[in-house]
Design a protein around this ligand. Structure first.
Ligand SMILES: [Zn+2]
Length: 157
């Protein structure tokens, strides 16, 4: 699977890519030299709005995003690299980029609002920061947007 490094101001795009399961680093205010060095070392594609980055760091693969809207940025990245929008959906923490681990529903009772606990089926915990995810309304809203993305981009698996 491709790995990414989202430059400054692309935090929301980083979250969307993590939602799709793509390993995406993002550090606000990281120096360009550090970003480029790490991207080169880890073979990450750098996503940026900075038109000079590719010129200044010719060793790394850079995609420049013209759009300011995070979801349209996502659509552009999905189209450019033919990303899979389903295979690894909800396998990675949107906050810290670590992998999620499915957990037994019953062990989450104390952490989830009662209505959500009654209604939801899938529970997963981040192996990095411990954040708990479940298939609630937020999840459904996001999967609906991903489905919409696929409709807008025929040819995407
Ligand atoms: Zn996490």
């Amino acid at each position: 699977m491709l790995r990414f490094f989202a430059d400054d101001h692309l935090g929301k795009l980083a979250r969307w890519l993590r939602l799709l399961g793509y390993d995406t680093l993002h550090f606000p205010a990281i120096a360009d030299e550090l970003l480029a060095a790490r991207a080169a070392a880890e073979s990450r594609i750098v996503l940026t709005r900075d038109s000079s980055l590719a010129r200044r760091f010719p060793d790394i693969e850079v995609m420049r995003l013209a759009d300011e809207d995070p979801f349209r940025q996502l659509a552009a990245v999905v189209r450019e690299f033919h990303l899979d929008c389903e295979r690894a959906l909800f396998t990675r923490c949107m906050v810290c980029n670590s992998l999620l681990v499915d957990v037994e529903k019953e062990t989450c009772r104390e952490e989830v609002p009662p209505e959500a606990f009654a209604r939801c089926h899938r529970f997963a915990r981040c192996s990095g920061c411990g954040k708990l995810y479940w298939d609630g309304t937020h999840y459904l809203r996001m999967t609906a947007r991903i489905a919409q993305l696929k409709e807008e981009l025929p040819g995407i698996e």
